[in-house]
Design a binder for this molecule. Sequence first.
Ligand code: HEC
Length: 158
Amino acid sequence: MIKKQKPSIKSIHFFLVGNNAGNVVRMLHQTTNIMKIIMRLFIILIFFSVTLTGCYYDKEDLLYPSQTSCDTSIVTYGQTIAPIMVANCNICHSTAMASGGVVTDNYNGLSIVAQNGQLWSGVSWQSGFSPMPKGYDKLSACNLAKIKKWVDAGALNN
Ligand code: HEC
């Protein structure tokens, strides 16, 4: 009985060699070259998509400072002022380490310097006051406008 067999590599080779092997082999080479090019394009595509999505998380107001408008329509302690303190001040003015006796990491501490004028004088770098944040750039004009508005409105715990 003759068993049915799958074509072995040898028989495929024989088939190719027996049938214009040169052309078939050339065709196979071309196919692998095309595959290589496609792979390269694919890798480039992945690279670009990764680097471009990296920009997604960049801060808009840092990339386009002149184009973002400063919205001071709603300024509250909780939503506006506390985050500015977290980002710029609390590292030196926490309850645990209150530089110069000033605490900015809670409302009670901050309201003291807000009410007595030290907060605005410090962040607006007025002469006779220690310029804040000490050793760093002045706060952005937008953040200053928000602090001014909050202080002028009575530095409420809102
Ligand atoms: C790197 C530490 C550091 C940072 C950041 C910092 N401060 Fe100060 N701050 C100090 C020190 C130290 C003093 C005490 C005065 C001095 O040594 O200049 C002080 C003093 C002050 C005073 C009293 C100033 C005066 O002359 O009466 C205020 C108000 C103040 N800081 C608010 C802030 C605010 C608001 C921020 C954030 C925008 C801030 N500080 C960020 C270290 C810092």
